[in-house]
Design a protein around this ligand. Structure first.
Ligand code: HEM
Length: 421
């Protein structure tokens, strides 16, 4: 493996003293006669109710003499088994080349996710997820709670920026073929992260319980009905036949419990893989001398990441203060849907596809096509065998361009149609 594996750090194994090997019982030589009878395994047997492990673990801390602050030494003494991993991570390097700029978008996505967690927790202090109180609690947050308007606007804008950054990050890793061996699971875990992020957007949309969100959720949750067995899924999502305060409770629990839990789990795997496997360089860059060197992830690249985060934060505050999201009017299930109901922008491409397939059975066909497309997209690292052999794979570059064109053109079509209303 040439380029894509250059930074796994295996060659940079830490030179710190090795922790003493645990003193384990020596295995018997092959062919040696079996001991006649097992001596009474004193250490295994609970004596006086106290379990004693059969293996004596090393007690000495090989890092005890390293020069660190007293606080760090305190933690080191307790977590010294982690030190070889930390030493390994400190060796991570990021290649410098003309496309290095795109490496910042994963970090930016992470930044906006952290903003979501913090502002979401603050909003939770005042938000009430019931049909009668949800809208009023939003008005209260927006108008009465000190800086409540800012927190709400930042949460709404950061959600959009997070999804936007995740898309840019996905396409940049796609075109740099960063998914190739051994990074297949980075791609797959990233794809799951995108799906979960879209789930956040969908479930969060209903929470203000305003008219627009109510009818958009009605349209959105109607879609699976055309699939065999889809009606059951719709029933589960809505908590009944129609969108109602039951739906609000379900969306709320998905939004604040299930999705964050899943996302944190998958994100941990994604980031761990990034650290362990290191950052890749595009195919052929190393061989053709296009790598201008390497910089240490900690602290150099992280400091540059932080500059990106500061710029992202400035943009976020600007958008939140200058382009506030409307609260709208309270949802009323008894009124008819107003004109111009549409989902959030990141669902527009699929929305347009459904609108284009108006013929008999068209909706089902659109769902099937879209599902096949998503499965193929998630499986790209396993399909693009050329990239895994460090060979250029123009067919997949063309596939990426087609997917990008489909998303951009369809999104623009919805934008053009609805802004003219
Ligand atoms: C919540 C969403 C996500 C977060 C927070 C996130 C975070 C990150 C971070 C911090 C990195 C390392 C820096 C970088 O290369 O940009 C990274 C790398 C990577 N991510 Fe993501 N990511 C997310 C979604 C995705 C998606 C949607 C995909 C693709 C489907 C993806 C695929 C990858 C790949 C292949 C790498 C390795 C890049 C390389 O080695 O050059 N990620 N991600």
């Amino acid at each position: 493996m040439a380029d894509n594996n250059q930074n796994t750090g295996a060659e940079n194994a830490p030179v710190k003293p090795k922790p003493a090997a645990p003193v384990a019982a020596k295995p018997a030589a092959p062919g040696a006669a079996k001991p006649a009878a097992k001596p009474a395994a004193k250490s295994d047997a609970p004596s006086g109710g106290v379990y004693k492990p059969p293996v004596v673990r090393a007690e000495t801390n090989p890092y005890a003499d390293s020069r660190v602050s007293p606080l760090a030494a305190w933690f080191q003494e307790r977590f010294y088994v982690m030190m070889p991993i930390i030493d390994y991570l400190k060796k991570k390097e990021v290649p410098k080349h003309k496309l290095s700029f795109w490496y910042y978008f994963g970090g930016l996505t992470l930044f906006f996710f952290i903003i979501q967690v913090v502002t979401g927790l603050l909003l939770l202090q005042y938000y009430k997820p019931t049909g009668t109180e949800a809208f009023a609690s939003f008005v209260f947050i927006q108008k009465e709670v000190p800086f409540g308007w800012l927190i709400r606007q930042v949460h709404a804008w950061s959600a959009n920026l997070m999804v936007g950054m995740a898309f840019i990050h996905m396409f940049s890793t796609f075109f740099m073929k960063s998914y190739r061996k051994p990074r297949e699971l980075m791609w797959v875990s990233g794809f799951v992260l995108l799906v979960l992020s879209l789930g956040f957007g969908f479930t969060g949309y209903l929470l203000p319980w305003n008219e627009l969100a109510f009818f958009a959720t009605q349209v959105g949750t109607e879609v699976p009905k055309v699939m065999p067995g889809g009606a059951i899924l719709v029933d589960i999502l809505r908590g009944g036949e129609d969108v109602s305060p039951e739906t609000l409770t379900r969306m709320f629990s998905l939004h604040v419990v299930l999705l964050p839990g899943l996302l944190l789990l998958v994100l941990s795997a994604h980031l761990l893989l990034v650290q362990v496997l290191g950052t890749s360089a595009p195919i052929g860059y190393k061989e053709s001398g296009m790598i201008k060197g390497y910089e240490k992830f900690f602290p150099t690249f992280l400091a540059k990441d932080a500059i990106g985060w500061i710029i992202g934060f400035a943009l976020l505050i600007y958008l939140a203060a200058v382009f506030p999201w409307e609260i709208g009017v309270q949802a009323d299930p008894l009124t008819s849907a107003p004109l111009g109901i549409k989902p959030e922008w990141y669902f527009w491409a699929q929305f347009q596809l459904l609108k284009d397939f108006t013929f008999e059975g068209g909706e089902l066909m659109a769902i099937i096509l879209f599902t096949i497309g998503a499965v193929v997209w998630a499986a790209v690292p396993f399909l693009d065998r050329k990239a895994s052999r460090e060979e250029k794979s123009p067919i997949f570059t063309i596939l990426g361009l087609l997917v990008l064109a489909f998303l951009v053109i369809n999104t623009y079509r919805v934008y053009a149609e609805y802004s003219a209303l």
